[in-house]
Design a protein around this ligand. Structure first.
Ligand SMILES: NC(=O)c1ccc[n+]([C@@H]2O[C@H](COP(=O)([O-])OP(=O)(O)OC[C@H]3O[C@@H](n4cnc5c(N)ncnc54)[C@H](OP(=O)(O)O)[C@@H]3O)[C@@H](O)[C@H]2O)c1
Length: 244
């Protein structure tokens, strides 16, 4: 209903809005009154008020997206992926490039462009980190590295934006059941399902709800870092599974 949301009058950009956490966050931001501009490569799957094609690994695509989106108050950096769960010695140049280009360079690039061209104060940047950016786990070195980088970038950004009314938050989740594992296992749905077998993962809505908490605090309150896990997970590598 117009006129009653906590984010009435705000404009939010959400990357990775075609699926999972980004899509859930975009929906909740709109429910709270924000005008949401969603971006992803599969733009046909983006259901936000304005849906624009975006490939965060492509500087020209990012520039065109930010120019078309115009002024905004909130940027949610939701685009991201992992590729494979193998010992690092089996890693490939191609996979490493894709993961770093998406999770690190893409996120940094979008943040820079939005700050330079369209962020209005009071503003807020929310990065989707991961508990993989806090604890390394086996057979995920490239993804772990990318998420440690996101955490470092978030901390550095907080320092550089001190004195401006622009909040920065990282939301670091454990297992969330989205398309993430299907992408990670290159379309192998059965293998993706096994990641969540016997355990209760978070849902995309659980993470979006945490993001909503951060963006709806009073404007002087920064929710700096959030770590979110299912009751069945205690760290990056420890997951409780029930017998089926
Ligand atoms: N699921 C988990 O267990 C988990 C846990 C902690 C953190 N995270 C993080 O949460 C974020 C969202 O993941 P998710 O779980 O929601 O996965 P998801 O369901 O696979 O969604 C990923 C989103 O990223 C977008 N994306 C990927 N590459 C892109 C690119 N080059 N340009 C633009 N958009 C791109 C995808 O859209 P298109 O393919 O349409 O472009 C999709 O909308 C990621 O950063 C992930 O690392 C996930």
């Amino acid at each position: 209903m117009p006129g009653v949301g906590k984010l009435d009058g705000k404009v939010a950009i959400v990357t990775g809005a075609s699926s999972g956490i980004g899509a859930a966050t975009a929906r909740m931001l709109a429910e709270e009154g924000a005008r949401v501009i969603g971006g992803a490569r599969r733009v046909d799957r983006v259901t936000t008020e304005v849906a624009l094609e975006l490939d965060v690994t492509d500087p020209a695509s990012c520039e065109a997206f930010v120019a078309a989106a115009g002024p905004c108050n909130i940027l949610v950096n939701g685009a991201g992926l992992g590729l494979g769960r193998d010992p690092f010695v089996e890693s490939t140049e191609e996979d490493e490039r894709r993961v770093f280009e998406t999770n690190v360079n893409g996120l940094v690039r979008m943040t820079r462009l939005v700050l330079q061209k369209s962020m209005q104060e009071p503003g807020h940047i929310v990065n989707l980190g991961s508990i993989a950016g806090r604890w390394a786990y086996p057979n995920g070195a490239t993804y772990v590295t990318s998420k440690f980088a996101v955490r470092g970038f978030t901390r550095a950004l907080r320092e550089d934006l001190l004195g401006q009314d622009i909040r920065v938050t990282t939301v670091d989740s454990g297992l969330v059941e989205t398309e993430f594992s299907v992408v990670r296992f290159r379309g192998d749905v059965e293998k993706a399902k096994s990641v969540y077998a016997g355990t209760r993962p978070l849902s995309a809505d659980d993470v979006a709800d945490a993001i909503m908490y951060a963006v709806t605090r009073p404007e002087h309150v920064v929710v700096d870092e959030m770590v979110l896990m299912s009751i069945d997970q205690s760290s990056g590598a420890r997951i409780h599974r029930r017998e089926s």
